[in-house]
Ligand binder design. Structure first.
Ligand code: ADP
Length: 631
């Protein structure tokens, strides 16, 4: 910590912050922006008048950095240093330095538009250009004028075009913190490999056998290919002749890993042991892993994109940008001179890679963000003319308005309705918020809360597929009561109901091949959503009483009606003679039910005539994911 580059600039940073309401700090990844800036300002008295809030686009980073800072300051996490991420708040009355996701700060603005508890807001990792950070940039710009001398804003970035942000904030000063980077030799493949997984495997083994000590960081695209590579590497390394190379530890690193697995990358390896860290782009700039000397870059990243003209999401493996490729190179030169193996030719880098990554705001559905901005009631802000660093297309803003209109969140003049206002208070996407409100009217709120909680934690419910967990999984298929064939929402509800019936027994979860951590998370989310609904209804709801929904078990008609209202823009009609569907949105699409769905066919082998779906996703073909029968 003592030799982190940013600490040499302590005086300069403090002086500049004192003189200016907004300061941009540009510094190499690992220079200490996330862990040290808050501590520097704390040392110089900024926590006397309020909290120092540091936003992170990723949940993992908020937790990991808060843990580190608490450790450095020698305090218990959750006390002077804490974190808040959606559905998890580890802060207390005593918290002075608070790490929070950008989404959580947006929620706080709803109840406290001036952010009065804060003396400093640090928008960290702004180069990631997450949708929420982009909206925060516009909102804090407004706050600077309102709270003039009382609030300091710092915007930090590893790669961001400092001039552009400085201009956005009336030419505020930009501080550059030069990092200490050793030279990194870049080695390109002669051609694109047919399988980047096999090519990464071969390169990793070559390094292990031929190169001197030093950890290897391998960039893959997502949990799936990370787990495959980890398993293949384990096999290959075990089969190597003992004595021909040092010991090895292989560590996966991605956002859905349990926290105790994530922190393993921060503990140094035993002597004479090489670590292979197989990671998503999370290790590009969000988490700095020390000790890396070799980087293997597959040249791809998994990106979720939304197409407003079809209403369809796709989770595409796309080529990274030049900025990302260079960040990946940099990871090899932090400790000593390193090497970066690019699994693509230099012509691909030069001719095909975009210069910079497309900001999330230009590839996301904006319904939630537009509703949020409208609910702020800022008379000086017209959502369509909001001050964006890079504006989204008018097509995606129109798409958002149409979606909101269909679920009664805005009226024909585009003004927010009372339903919309309540929806905005729930930390859920608009369709689920709307479903909860309708369910409250129909008396099936308890069931709807479970569905919303299960959908919110879906990715943590099933265990990873790495070889080691595969071996441990021995379970009988889940036996659910009648009705699960109506679709995925009902099945999710029934899973939770069964768990509730056996008093939240963890063995039941394990026996059914689900993740204990995931199910506990669902229980917690459900409780929190329940509290928020109670608050909205000023305590008049009876959602705590579980027995009420036990009585109505297997009566899912009301719930399905509520789903139809929430998903009013997400309906599809089956073709006459086969199981293909046509969506009933503004721009009809031909789609299929996703193979993972539990939706059942009738005796003639046909699926229901009408269904609602949670999302449209284009993989090998366009699919509806999480589908429920309407009639
Ligand atoms: P930046 O934000 O400029 O990328 P950070 O402040 O995140 O830099 O990292 C500074 C140093 O702190 C790095 O050496 C990194 O490895 C270390 N570090 C960050 N988080 C943790 C953690 N949770 N545990 C251990 N070390 C950490």
């Amino acid at each position: 910590m003592a030799n982190l580059p940013i600490l040499q600039y302590e005086e300069k940073i403090v002086e500049t912050v004192k003189q200016n309401p907004v300061v941009v700090v540009i510094g190499e990844t690992g220079s200490g922006k996330s862990t040290q800036l808050s501590q520097i300002l704390h040392r110089h008295g900024y926590t006397k008048s309020g909290i120092i809030g540091v936003t992170q686009p990723r949940r993992v980073a908020a937790v990991s950095v808060a843990r580190r800072v608490a450790q450095e300051l020698g305090v218990r996490l959750g006390e002077e240093v804490g974190y808040a991420i959606r559905f998890e708040d580890r802060t207390s009355e005593r918290t002075l330095i608070k790490y929070l996701t950008d989404g959580v700060l947006l929620r706080e603005i709803l109840s406290n538009p001036d952010l009065s508890p804060y003396s400093v807001i640090i928008l960290d990792e702004a180069h990631e250009r997450s949708l929420n950070t982009d909206i925060l940039l516009g909102l804090v710009k407004r706050l600077v004028n309102l709270r003039a001398s009382k609030l300091k804003i710092l915007i930090t970035s590893a790669t961001l075009d400092g001039e552009k942000v400085s201009k956005f904030f009336s030419n505020c000063p930009t501080l550059n913190v030069p990092g200490k980077l050793y030279p990194v030799e870049i080695l390109h493949s002669k051609e694109r490999p047919t399988s980047y997984l096999e090519s990464a495997l071969k390169t990793a083994i070559d390094i292990h056998v031929r190169e001197p000590e030093g950890d290897v960081l391998i960039f893959m695209t997502g949990q799936d290919d990370i787990e495959k590579l980890v398993s293949k590497l384990e096999d290959k390394i075990q089969s190597l002749d003992e004595g021909s190379c040092m010991d090895a530890v292989i560590l996966p690193l991605h956002g859905s890993l349990p926290p105790e697995m994530q922190v393993r990358v921060f503990s140094p390896p035993p002597p004479n042991c090489r670590r292979f860290i197989v990671s998503t782009n999370i290790a590009e700039t969000s988490l700095t892993v020390d000790g890396v000397v070799y980087v293997i870059d597959c040249g791809y990243v998994k990106q979720r994109q939304y197409n407003p003209s079809s209403g369809m999401y796709s989770l595409d493996v796309v080529q990274i940008s030049k900025v990302q490729a260079n960040q990946r190179v940099g990871r090899a030169g932090r400790t000593r001179p390193g090497k970066c193996y690019r699994l693509y030719p230099s012509t691909v880098y030069h001719d095909e890679f975009l210069d910079v990554t497309v900001p999330e705001i230009q590839r996301s559905s904006l319904a939630g963000s537009v509703l949020y901005l409208k609910s702020l009631d800022l008379s000086d802000i017209n959502v369509l003319k909001f001050d964006f660093l890079d504006p989204p297309s008018s097509e995606s803003l129109e798409d958002a308005l149409k979606q909101l209109y269909l679920i009664d969140a805005i009226d024909e003049n585009g003004s927010i309705t009372s339903i919309g206002r309540t929806m905005a208070e729930l930390p859920l996407e608009p369709s689920l918020s709307r479903m909860l409100m309708e369910a409250n009217e129909y008396g099936c709120l308890s069931q709807a809360l479970t569905v919303a909680a299960m959908l919110s934690a879906e990715t943590t419910l099933l265990p990873g597929r790495s070889k080691s967990t595969e071996k441990k999984r021995k379970h009988t298929p889940l036996e659910l009561p009648d009705g699960s064939g109506w679709g995925d929402h009902i099945q999710l509800l029934q899973i939770y109901e069964c768990w509730d019936e056996c008093d939240y027994d963890v063995n039941w979860v394990k026996d059914n091949g689900l993740q204990v951590r995931g199910m506990m998370f669902v229980k917690d989310i459900r409780k929190q959503l329940c509290q928020i609904m109670q608050k909205i209804a000023k305590g008049s709801l009876d959602v705590r009483a579980n027995h009420r929904w036990k009585e109505s078990r297997q009566d899912y008609r009301k719930l399905r009606k509520a789903l139809c209202v929430g998903y009013a823009n997400q309906l599809a009609e089956r073709m006459i003679h086969h199981n293909g569907y046509r969506t009933l949105g503004f721009k009809p699409q031909l789609v299929q039910v996703h193979p993972s769905s539990e939706l059942k066919t009738d005796e003639e082998g046909l699926l229901p005539n009408y269904v609602v779906y949670h999302e449209l996703i284009a993989t090998s073909r366009p699919y509806m994911r999480n589908v429920c029968a309407v009639e």
